[in-house]
Design a protein around this ligand. Structure first.
Ligand SMILES: C[S@@+](CC[C@H](N)C(=O)[O-])C[C@H]1O[C@@H](n2cnc3c(N)ncnc32)[C@H](O)[C@@H]1O
Ligand code: SF4
Length: 409
């Protein structure tokens, strides 16, 4: 089952926000995330907030778009009442789950509601995640016509035994087809890859990178496989049926990814993300990393506006009940104090290519910089110019770098 929600303050049923969220709102971009919590089957490694048909406890996929549109309406009222002047939306991201399990008319209706409510900023990025086996040319053309600009396919691997260990259902031969259809439809293409799956060799990883690069995507995300508690894969590893991923092999695979992708003209801009050109970076994800505002619509979706963060009830049936009662679906919220915001900024911005100004660190963090340079985790020239930027080794050990930058704070 999906992981638990954070513990924090209860959120009011009307969802109202304090007027402090309006402070400097015009200086922050506004994004909308729509969480579509449905999958045909659950992959063995995944603990995302997603539900298969027999886990829905009476909630219906067919009702979802209407509920999400009701939450968009509620969001508009809450932001107005808090005094946040209407901002055109810079990025929209449909994630999941598998958004493309819904009819394309549902995705189009939800996007239309966002556009009618707030408008889209010029050049807005509108993405949906998609399983390669859940779309065809007609579906992708309809997405483009509805205003989507980008599709992110969960490719994961090109190697059948790796896909089998991950319990992915798609045939790798589907990837070139899906990418060609997306191109024909006029959509930008991103591919998600996973490395370090038990039984995956360096040769297998090269084969996946070969196939991903052969598609000439605009963007690639490559994630080290995380063994999440409570997943089927974690249980298989505990029982000794499947080997635990090897940390050193995963590190080697990251270096292979960086070498192959940079050779092919891709530039890393976040630890797990590479873009074929700066305009193909995911603006939506950058918004999370640099602390902009976003409203997360849907079960379990998280939101952040002006230092207040909240998250919705997780189950689609609980979400449906809240919306049907005319209540906010928020389950809990927390107001971030200045120190927490600073710590989170260090945490997130360290992982981004542009890094963060050393001046944003506390004294102990600034003291750690010299030893991080000596350990070749932080770029010396950037540090002299006043910024923390990770080296390749630093990217491999990003979490450890962040811990040292925040030590004793
Ligand atoms: C919501 S899924 C993408 C859309 C679609 N459901 C799919 O899987 O094709 C987002 C991405 O998260 C990554 N992911 C999910 N669980 C992961 C895990 N345990 N370790 C590493 N990456 C993971 C996968 O690469 C996946 O494509
Ligand atoms: S299809 Fe995507 S969201 Fe669904 S279970 Fe698999 S990885 Fe998770």
């Amino acid at each position: 089952m999906p992981s638990a929600l954070p513990i924090a303050d209860p959120a009011p049923l009307d969802g109202l926000l304090p007027s402090s969220v309006a402070d400097n709102a015009a200086s922050r971009n506004f994004g909308v995330y729509l969480h579509v919590p449905f999958c045909r089957v659950r992959c063995g490694y995944c603990d995302f907030n997603t539900y298969t048909g027999d886990e829905l406890r009476g909630a219906k996929r067919t009702d979802f778009a209407g509920q999400a549109i009701a939450e968009i309406d509620l969001a508009s009222g809450v932001l107005d009442q808090a005094g946040v002047a209407t901002r055109a939306v810079s990025t929209v991201f449909f994630g999941g789950g598998t958004p493309t399990l819904l009819p394309v008319t549902d995705l189009a209706a939800m996007l239309r509601a966002v556009i009618v409510t707030w408008g889209l900023a010029p050049g807005a990025e509108v993405t949906t995640e998609a399983n390669p086996d859940s779309v065809d040319l007609d579906y992708l053309v309809a997405l483009r016509e509805a205003g989507f600009t980008r599709v992110s396919f969960g490719m994961q691997s090109a190697v059948p035994h790796v896909l089998a260990t991950l319990e992915r259902t798609h045939d790798p031969a589907r990837i070139p087809l899906a990418v060609a259809w997306a191109r024909e439809a006029g959509l930008q293409v991103s591919l998600d890859l996973i490395y370090g799956t038990p039984g995956e060799s360096i040769g297998d990883w090269h084969a996946s990178l070969d196939q991903a690069l052969a598609q000439q995507p605009d963007h690639i995300s490559a994630y080290a496989l995380i063994i999440e508690d409570g997943t089927k894969l974690a249980a298989q590893i505990r029982r000794g049926e499947v080997a635990m991923p090897d940390d050193d092999l995963q590190a080697d695979m990251y270096e292979v990814a960086e070498g192959r992708l940079s050779q092919a003209g891709f530039e890393w801009y976040e630890v797990s993300n590479w873009a074929a050109a700066p305009q193909f970076r995911s603006d939506h994800n950058l918004g999370y990393w640099v602390g902009h505002d976003w409203w997360g619509v849907g079960p379990g979706a998280h939101s952040h506006v002006g230092g207040v963060r909240w998250w919705n009830v997780k189950h689609p049936a609980a979400y449906a009940d809240r919306i049907a009662a005319g209540h906010s679906p928020a389950a809990g919220r927390e107001t971030l104090d200045t120190e927490t915001r600073r710590v989170e900024s260090v945490l997130l911005r360290t992982r981004v290519r542009e890094g963060l100004p050393i001046g944003e660190l506390a004294a102990s963090g600034r003291t750690a910089v010299a030893s991080l340079i000596a350990d070749e985790l932080v770029d010396a020239r950037a540090a002299i110019a006043g910024r923390i930027e990770l080296t390749l080794r630093g990217r491999l050990l990003a979490d450890a770098v962040v811990r040292r930058l925040l030590s004793d704070d």
